[in-house]
Design a protein around this ligand. Sequence first.
Ligand code: G6P
Ligand code: ZN
Length: 542
Amino acid sequence: MTIRIIPTTPIAGQKPGTSGLRKKTPVFMGHHYLENFVQSIFDVVGAAGKTFVLGGDGRYFNDRAAQVILRMAAANGAARVIVGQGAILSTPAASHLIRLNKTDGGIIMSASHNPGGPEEDFGVKFNMPNGGPAPEGVTEAMYRRTTEITEYRIVEAQDLDLSRVGRTALAGMVVDVVDPVADYAALMETLFDFGAIRAMFASGFRMRMDSMCAVTGPYAVEILERRLGAAPGTCVNAVPLPDFGGMHPDPNPTWAKALMDEMFGDAAPDFGAASDGDGDRNMVVGRGIYVSPSDSLAVLAANAHLAPGYAQGLKGVARSMPTSAAADRVAAALGIGHYETPTGWKFFGNLLDAGRATICGEESFGTGSDHVREKDGLWAVLLWLNILSVRKQTVAEILAEHWARFGRNYYSRHDFEAIATEKADAMMGALRGALAGLKGQVVEGMVIAAADDFAYTDPVDGSVSTKQGVRVMFEDGSRFVLRLSGTGTEGATLRMYLERFAPGPDGLDLDPQAALAPVIAAAHGLARIAEFTGRTAPDVVT
Ligand code: G6P
Ligand code: ZN
């Protein structure tokens, strides 16, 4: 087979964001766009003699991109690629395969929770041999490479048949097409008490799992319906579609509205969950009660020991800075370490590798543990099921007991989407400029205790990340955080994270938006959001 060396020139803007390179699909399908980026990955990490994992969330262009990446891996001298059947792998399953097979990393094709389709989003990211997303130093090197690239390598060959499990070869490179679900499901069986969960379903426990026409469908059907005996039909939107059936596969109350309506309706099942495009995010809902991701992290940390995989206890709990401090209270009670990192799962990697943290979570519907190096939507769902099967209480009862014991961190996130980038930057710039003078000011009856732009020094490798979000903290323990999203593909999204602590025993069952009203008003006033952006109300509330 012929290896072709194709001359190319740099394409502007191939800078990976919070989680890989994400662009509109037509951009990715443009002349040499995918090829330039993939060659830059191989140039940085080296491909000769190496083994990689490859898979994606099945969105439009996933299958075509996989064929290109395989041809380029072969041309760059890779020894072996393990690829999910149909080029499908959920992000946590890809992370697991990278680790299980002790490979040199993997390429994941996904734009996560962003819509898919010919006019929607596509993405590519590289994960390291530990199974986690490449750290900033590596993605920066890849970006630099894209600015100087002059050629890429690709073999001339027909498409490989990825529809059948088994070993084939491409220009001397071994290609192992594997069942995308089997190894992942086996890992879950080692962590959770499948017998107890099966018994709960057998006794009439009802669940709704909404895979939002994205990648977790086959995983959910196999694990929940086949292995755990949930009623057939428990899993809905369970066939991954290239355009996610037109859904916006982001599991939050706005985009998973059908699930919310069902869980708050008369015939609500006992437990509901949804996951995102590539299967790393999750939302959990009880009958008539929404569980905020920050509370979910805290409840999982407080109860993880009820699952066999965590029976020996947790080493520590980590959360991203904008996530509520509810998990910190659990860590303090357990006498274990807690860590506050910048937004982005990659910041948990060192803590997990160093054995400092076992469970991690983010307000952005991400929860996971040291079983892989990505957040893991179905893992969170299964840990909840394991806890429910042991405690034999409703989700509402578990939350009420949790708040009575630890106090309640009322929490909400308000998103203002598709703001012109200059306006959002000007607003953040003005707020940053005003930070130094905020301490001691009284706003909405609350005294500002401190205000800063969050910076993080990684306790393991000492690396420093600055400008990770503006925080305004009040003396009563309330706070708000403002940052711009790092995952969008168009304009800017302003995220406003709101938190207020109620120690209890009174005032633990307020509506979060009402409880947070003064903090919301303070954030709008101090950041002058309407003045800079013209926005007075959020587009998404989680
Ligand atoms: C991705 C990352 C998460 C992160 C989230 C933040 O999903 O994997 O770790 O929390 O992006 O997104 P944002 O849009 O707020 O930058
Ligand atoms: Zn995702």
